[in-house]
Design a protein around this ligand. Structure first.
Ligand SMILES: O=C(CO)COP(=O)(O)O
Length: 271
């Protein structure tokens, strides 16, 4: 990445697969081997796009062994982390443990954690800070539900989540930040937000981060769209100026489909 123009082409596209609670550690290795094989078979230029997977915690040790052993050009991360680094927090996973397993990223505040586990903005801000403290890049997830979208307050709602999640960060930290805009009504539903919807929100998030921090740092933040992304719709989404990548759920469980999403540039001409 260069800092010369601070435009879209300075931000490396990030194609991320969130496996959610799918794939045990044996299935996970098979999926990753298939993915690596598919990408290498197509002589994919790994250097142009960053590919990341977010497997369940129990898969991470096996993923680390495979990625390091076979020198795969993939990075990986956890789907969540504790706001604390160690101690009496039964069932929680420390960011320090994720870092030790070679994780580069960690998801923070996925809508399923917000809704099913009642995670608050205040807690998520502590998790974002725990990620930085442990040299993990947080992927802060934000986005509105259907009622909010229908009421037309989706931009305010999402910006509030981003504001709350980034309280107390330094500009240097913000430069590394990844924010995933995932409208809840588009997750796992087959409903995909239009490219213009994704662009509208990503531009608003970048502008807000520019106000909160500074324009140069905001220009470096990578903004992802998530919600029913597939090989057939990824290129149109990634043509948008402020959309720098995608966070893929269901389609990341199919190696061939996910590989086609990673190779989105190939579909750009026809999008
Ligand atoms: O939640 C998502 C990724 O984090 C999106 O899931 P789907 O791609 O299955 O809609």
């Amino acid at each position: 990445m260069t800092t010369s123009t601070n435009g879209k082409f300075d931000r490396k596209p990030l194609i991320a697969g969130n496996w959610k609670m799918n794939m045990d550690h044996v299935q996970g290795i098979t999926l990753l081997q298939k993915l690596a094989w598919t990408l290498s078979d197509a002589r994919h230029d790994y250097s142009r796009v960053e590919t990341a997977v977010f497997p369940p915690f129990t898969d991470l040790r096996g993923v680390q062994t495979l990625v390091q052993g076979d020198k795969l050009k993939l990075v990986y991360g956890g789907q969540d982390l504790s706001p604390e680094d160690e101690g009496a927090y039964t069932g929680d996973i420390s960011g320090a443990f994720l870092a030790k397993l070679g994780c580069a990223y960690v998801l923070v505040g996925h809508s399923e954690r917000r809704s099913i586990h009642g995670e608050t903005d205040e807690l998520l801000n502590r998790k974002v800070k725990a990620a930085y403290r442990n040299n993990l890049t947080p992927v802060l997830c934000a986005g509105e539900g259907l009622e909010i979208r229908q009421a037309g307050t989706h931009v305010d709602h999402t910006l509030n989540q981003v504001r709350a999640g980034t309280v107390g960060l330094t500009s240097e930290q913000v430069c590394e930040l990844v924010v995933a805009y995932e409208p809840v009504w588009a997750i796992g539903t087959g409903e995909v937000a239009g490219p213009q919807d994704a662009q509208e929100m990503c531009a608003a998030i970048r502008a807000e981060l520019g106000e909160l921090f500074d324009a140069d740092s905001a220009a470096k933040v990578r903004l992802l769209y998530g919600g029913s992304v597939k090989a057939a719709n990824v290129a149109a989404i990634l043509r948008e100026r402020d959309v720098d990548g995608v966070l893929v759920g269901g389609a990341s469980l199919d190696a061939a489909e996910f590989a086609n999403i990673v190779r989105f540039e190939k579909h750009l001409l026809t999008a």
